[in-house]
Design a protein around this ligand. Structure first.
Ligand code: THU
Length: 139
């Protein structure tokens, strides 16, 4: 991926951490999702006193995009840390990987895990979710 684009996505994901609602875990996460057309959809994690209704930053971004008619995506950037301090890579949880699987090509969709503008890792969805189950299995 183009380095400038990656940096832009890191900035957006890190900015989203400010909007995170995480009073229970204190772990703030932000995400920036890039559509095939080159638009960005952002998201943060949103927790709940009943715990299970909590939503991850990645799914917030996906659901915002899909609810506005977008279904083709190129990449997502994730940034997260305890009390909003970025110290390590935050990898998407299993549920978010499965949501990505629904809308993204596992061979080409890029997942950027960022600590800073110049410290990040990029992997494909297939690397994160090998031996996946998806819509193709139901056809
Ligand atoms: N979380 C995310 O939003 N994305 C991830 O990739 C990992 C975990 C959230 C869920 C919960 O609000 C908090 O981080 C701690 O698990």
């Amino acid at each position: 991926m183009d380095k400038k684009l990656v940096e832009e996505m890191i900035e957006l994901a890190a900015k989203q951490m400010e909007y995170s609602y995480a009073p229970y875990s204190g772990f703030k996460v932000g995400a920036a999702l890039l559509t095939e057309e080159g638009e960005f959809y952002t998201g943060c994690n949103i927790e709940n006193a009943a715990y299970t209704p909590s939503n991850c930053a990645e799914r917030t971004a996906f659901f915002k995009a899909v609810s506005e008619g977008k279904r083709k995506f190129r990449a997502i950037c994730v940034a997260g840390g305890k009390d909003g301090v970025l110290t390590d890579y935050t990898a998407p949880c299993g549920v978010c990987r499965q949501v990505m699987m629904e809308f993204c090509n596992p061979d080409t969709f890029q997942v950027i895990m960022a600590v800073s503008r110049d410290q990040y890792k990029i992997v494909t969805l297939k690397e994160l979710l090998p031996l996946s189950f998806g819509l193709d299995n139901l056809s």
